[in-house]
Write a protein that binds this ligand. Structure first.
Ligand code: ATP
Length: 434
């Protein structure tokens, strides 16, 4: 049996040169060491690095990057790279090549370990129990994924102590990305790396508006690289909503151009915040899970995105018409949760509520979330009561909305956080902290 699959290796490199999709999928699944051929290892590293710098991988750029790394100095290697660039492959075959190459990499590792064990067996004073233990460890490492590990209590305790030391050193600082709402920050610790957050509301009850407020705080206010994936609104609507929210000028006035010179200046000053921020907007009227995952990976590699907002899950196109709708939505949420963990980012997904307050299509997606929040307008009785509380506690404004934290993996749940949602500017205000 061969210990490498040369054709599959070269096809992966060709697929990475052929399309962005190829680059994203290959860099997510592989590491340079998985290739047997050193020229493929070098090309893989070069392509991944060019992609991270948003540089189109032409022959010249590859040579330049190779030169920096001290590879591709021999003319025959350069010729090899040139020929590979000329290859044309169908990226749809990529999963097959990736599997082949990864399997071969495991096979090589297995062979190396087994040869070592066989050598040890020849030792006249071999400790058989120790050898068996060693062999079991080898098999375990080969069968369990790299990311998975069975660890001892001692290892876990070491991690715990390290984290506690870090928390003490950063006392008072938020662990995650700020939400803009004091009480929500305290409850959740902010939007944390690896978190999947579901924000749900009935139609027209402010999902997008709240999401844009969260973006404004995280990205324009705190410089967190943020990707907003939106299938709902046009590019114009997105930026005009931000303009109103940040400047405080009513979106109706902006819409009809009924603004004074002073207001125009305020709006343009506000837009400067957006311009200077690490904000990225991906708008597509037809989104599916594949596109969403690729966009997230791309922005994570190229721009270091730490927060992703998906507006909204119900608008994703279905790819597998044979499965039930709830099953597919559930699978999408699961995939996003896994991706959040893998990349160490926070993913906030907007979802629609039914009239009875349950999640539309897939109630089970709540199980996958770390934080599940509902946006609820206060009833008139609730508003009267909340206004009373606002006076008693010296809040400067009366709330009209609840952010209901129904699930919170890391802290207290079933807590109602009062906020003021100013519809004319689509701004969410933390009444208790104003
Ligand atoms: N100038 C304004 N004055 C009063 N209300 C406004 C104004 N502009 C927007 N609104 C209201 O603010 C709310 C904004 O809701 P938003 O679009 O964020 O909700 P959504 O839950 O994302 O909606 P959808 O169901 O369409 O996804 C809407 O109810 C809208 O009618």
């Amino acid at each position: 049996m061969n210990y490498f699959d040369y054709e599959s290796e070269r096809s992966i490199i060709a697929a990475m040169l052929e399309s962005e999709e190829g680059l994203i999928e290959a860099t997510a699944a592989m590491q340079a060491e998985d290739f047997y051929e050193p020229r493929h290892q070098a090309m893989f590293d070069i392509l991944a690095s060019l992609y991270a710098q948003s540089i189109k991988p032409t022959y010249l750029e590859m040579l330049k990057e190779g030169h920096k790394r001290g590879t591709f100095s021999k003319p025959e290697d350069r010729e090899y790279a040139k020929q590979t660039i000329g290859f044309h492959v169908s990226v749809t075959q990529l999963p097959y090549w990736l599997k082949n190459v990864k399997d071969k990499a495991r096979l090589r590792k297995m062979r190396k370990d087994f040869i070592r064990l066989a050598e040890e067996m020849k030792n006249p004073i071999v400790d058989v129990n120790k050898l068996l233990q060693d062999a079991t460890e080898v098999i375990m490492r080969l069968t369990i994924d790299n990311a998975e590990k069975i660890e001892s209590g001692a290892e876990l305790v070491q991690t715990g102590k390290q984290v506690i030391e870090e928390r003490i050193a950063n006392k008072g600082l938020l662990q995650g990305i700020p939400t803009g709402i004091g009480k929500l920050n305290r409850l959740t610790g902010g939007w944390k790396a690896g978190d999947l957050i579901i924000v749900a509301a009935e139609s027209g009850k402010g999902k997008t508006a709240f999401a844009q407020n969260f973006i404004s705080i995280a990205c324009f206010g705190s410089d967190t690289p943020t990707l907003y994936i939106n299938s709902e609104m046009s590019r114009q609507q997105v930026i005009l909503r931000f303009a109103s929210m940040i400047s405080g000028v009513s979106n109706d006035l902006i819409k009809f151009g009924e603004i004074s010179g002073e207001q125009k200046r305020q709006i343009f000053d506000s837009l400067d915040f957006v311009e200077k921020s690490p904000f990225y907007h991906y708008h597509s009227p037809s989104l599916n899970l594949q596109k969403v995952m690729s966009a997230i990976r791309k922005m994570h590699i190229q721009k270091g995105a730490k927060l992703v907002i998906l507006d909204y899950i119900g608008r994703l196109d279905r790819t597998d018409k044979s499965s039930k709708e709830w099953e597919e939505v559930y699978q999408i949420v699961k995939a996003l949760k896994t991706l959040a963990g893998e990349l160490g980012i926070a993913v906030l997904v907007l979802a629609q509520l039914n009239d009875d307050g349950t999640l539309q299509v897939a109630r089970r997606m709540k199980n996958e979330s770390d934080i599940y929040i509902k946006l609820l307008p206060m009833s008139s009785e609730e508003q009267t009561e909340a206004s009373q509380k606002a006076r008693e506690n010296g809040w400067r404004m009366d709330p009209n909305y609840w952010i209901a934290v129904e699930k919170n993996r890391d802290g207290q749940a079933d807590v109602m956080v009062p906020v003021l949602f100013r519809k004319e500017t689509l701004r969410v205000i933390d009444v208790a902290n104003v």
